[in-house]
Design a protein around this ligand. Structure first.
Ligand code: HBI
Ligand code: FE
Length: 320
């Protein structure tokens, strides 16, 4: 995931669309899009919404084999670690080890359950293009799969991250609602200069969220669910903090783009995300900007702590 985080941050930091007031310019495909030249789509001109054909028929046996390896080792881990909503979504979907799923078939099932579709994209999208899709219940999924030599390293969100990580949660009505609201809110946040703060909410929920369930803490974030190492680290390692989700606290908290998170935010129940849809974020942006930023590893006296981290992992990384 490291590279994916860096790439996401690069899109955010590039400013190519942030703060622009003129007519919407569609930026050139980032250079990294060459990694997204999947399944026979290389060189095809981008559509204005950046979608491409998935090109399902042109995946190679080796690509399906990478999917199978990733699927099998991750399914095993998630049996005991993923939230009930994730596992339920996965059970109801035509996703298995045999082959990379066909987005047309996934979309049919998703559409019936929560009104979402999957559209194929070559890699990271500019924020406004990404938000526009989400606001219309289209989830952009990378159509390429990471190289077999790099099963643990990700330049950009690929089909395994997007489909294995995100799609099961899109079967959940709460998540279905929340991600659409994020798309709408994202378009607004840009105009208000609040995108960096709003992006933290997405990061610490949709990508790296934990939820408290009967058996203990469970994973619902796609960045964790699709990562072999982080699905263990986030739950089992003594190093990270695990604290209760609090909106303004999260909006003030930086995140790691290059490594495991130092702090994970825990929901008491998935339904708590729905409260965020009803909040007007506009007055929150100036308020959280006026308060000090919180470093990713720091605990506050006001935090409700599930587990206080030792910090050993990141301290070790800093010492090197
Ligand atoms: N594009 N394809 C894709 N996937 C993402 O998760 C993504 C993106 N573009 C921008 C982005 N994420 C984030 O920077 C926003 O959520 C802020
Ligand atoms: Fe993601």
């Amino acid at each position: 995931m490291q590279g994916y985080r860096a790439a996401t941050e690069a899109v955010l930091a590039s400013g190519m669309i942030l703060g622009g007031t003129g007519p919407m310019k569609i930026p050139k495909a980032p250079d990294t899009a060459k990694h997204g030249a999947a399944a026979g789509d290389a060189g095809r001109p981008l559509r204005p919404d950046w979608t491409v054909e998935q090109g399902w028929e042109t995946y190679t046996q080796a690509e399906h084999a990478s999917w199978k390896t990733l699927f099998e080792r991750q399914s095993l881990l998630l049996q005991e670690r993923a939230s009930s909503e994730y596992l339920e979504g996965m059970r109801a979907l035509p996703i298995g080890p045999e082959a990379i799923p066909d987005f047309r078939i996934l979309s049919e099932v998703l559409m019936r359950h929560t009104g979402w579709q999957i559209v194929a994209v070559p890699g990271l999208l500019p924020d406004e293009v990404f938000f526009e899709h989400l606001a219309n219940r289209r989830f952009p999924a990378g159509n390429f799969i990471r190289r077999a030599e790099e099963l643990d390293y990700l330049e950009e969100p690929d089909v395994f991250h997007d489909v294995f990580g995100h799609v099961p949660m899109l079967m959940n009505p709460v998540m279905a609602e929340f991600i659409q609201a994020y798309g709408v809110g994202g378009l607004r946040a840009k105009a208000l200069g609040g995108l960096p703060n709003l992006a933290r909410v997405y990061w610490y929920t949709v990508e790296f969220g934990l939820v408290a369930q009967a058996g203990g803490l469970r994973i619902y974030g796609a960045g964790i669910a699709s990562s072999h190492s982080e699905s263990r680290f986030s739950l089992d390692d003594p190093s990270p903090n695990r604290i209760s989700f609090d909106l303004e606290r999260v909006m003030r908290t930086g995140y790691r783009i290059d490594d495991f998170q130092e702090t994970y935010f825990v929901l008491d129940r998935m339904e708590d995300l729905l409260a965020l849809d009803r909040i007007d974020f506009a007055p929150l942006y100036p308020r959280v900007k006026a308060l000090p930023e919180i470093q990713p590893g720091v605990l506050l006296p006001t935090d409700r702590v599930f587990s206080r981290g030792s910090g050993a992992y990141h301290a070790g990384r800093r010492a090197r």
